[in-house]
Design a protein around this ligand. Structure first.
Ligand SMILES: [Ca+2]
Ligand SMILES: [Ca+2]
Ligand SMILES: [Ca+2]
Ligand SMILES: [Ca+2]
Length: 313
């Protein structure tokens, strides 16, 4: 090819902008072949949408990766056997496994107090390629705020297109402070629970917490035990349905988003006589509406091609 670079650039810039192709309610439950099964580490990308037609792919067609999943965790350094990891499972779902693998006495050095307050977390962040724009995102979970000897709770966040949060991260604090923070109950439109026993709902734009804390009883004694599951453990009764959607977090219909992030926490509220405390929480599906590709991608791809062409000259 013997086109002077400037002429080629002019040609690229005058190409008509490629139209955007809408897709509606594409649902992924992580059983799709692209996701595979097994432990996730770092960031992994998946090609699951046809970038031209907007259709869900059944096999890799070689175009761009559309969904990216990033996993991370934080473990208390004083708690032997604390763990957190994430995996895609064969039956479907994106699961976090987290907890304290050892009995209390094998977790801490001799003399550790009841309710040591150690906190672990497991974070899963889902984002999308630049060629994907999103105008709706629905998702569902199970086992976010489960009863047991330790306190399991979760924070869920919609992300702006640039990956930031819509509002600052809600503060939950430890088991005791959350009890006082939610007594009297906050004025959330959903999530009212027993006064003084924590609460679940949307504390601020883009955020939802499942953080009832009467899931554990006897905190401060030598042997805590199970209370009841949090009322939003599986996001039932959330504005007329049983999954998370824009209405649950104050986002207007059609709001552009860039992704979603969820973090599950376990505060070690155990007493010295407790056994191991192991947990899971599972994202069952995501359902997305939007377009491919974004308006500028034709130009970006063309410019990338130009760059390749120029290197080859
Ligand atoms: Ca794709
Ligand atoms: Ca759970
Ligand atoms: Ca809902
Ligand atoms: Ca549900």
């Amino acid at each position: 090819m013997n086109i002077p670079p400037h002429s080629f650039l002019a040609l690229v810039l005058t190409l008509p902008s490629q139209g955007q192709t809408p897709f509606t309610d594409l649902t992924f439950d992580f059983t799709e072949a692209a996701f595979g099964t097994g432990t996730l580490t770092g960031t992994q990308g998946y090609n699951v949408i046809n970038d031209t037609t907007g259709a869900k792919l059944t096999a890799d067609n070689g175009d761009l990766q559309d969904i990216f999943i990033t996993t991370s965790s934080s473990l208390p350094s004083n708690a032997t056997g604390a763990y957190a990891n994430a995996e895609t499972v064969a039956g479907g779902g994106l699961r976090s496994n987290h907890g304290y693998n050892n009995s209390f006495s094998s977790t801490y050095a001799t003399g550790a107090p009841d309710n040591p307050g150690s906190l672990l977390s497991s974070t899963i962040r889902i984002t999308f390629g630049n060629h994907v724009t999103l105008s709706n995102f629905e998702t569902d979970f199970r086992s976010l705020n489960t009863r047991g000897a330790t306190w399991e709770y979760a924070r869920l966040a919609y992300l702006k297109p640039d990956g930031s949060y819509f509002s600052s991260t809600p503060v939950i604090g430890d088991h005791a402070s959350w009890s006082s923070a939610t007594n009297p109950l906050p004025s959330w439109d959903i999530g009212d629970e027993t006064a003084g026993n924590g609460a679940s709902g949307s504390p601020s734009l883009g955020w939802f917490v499942t953080a009832a804390n009467d899931t554990v009883t006897g905190v401060g004694t030598s042997q805590t035990s199970s209370g009841g599951n949090g009322s939003k453990e599986a996001l039932t009764s959330t504005n007329g349905n049983s999954y998370l959607d824009y209405a649950d977090v104050g986002l207007a219909s059609g709001t552009a988003i860039g992704g979603f992030e969820w973090t599950v926490y376990v505060e070690d509220t155990r007493g010295s006589s407790n056994n191991p405390s192991r947990w899971t929480a599972t994202q069952e599906f995501i359902r997305v509406t939007g377009t491919v590709p974004e308006p500028s991608s034709t130009l970006l791809i063309a410019l990338a091609s130009l760059s390749v062409l120029r290197r080859r000259r």
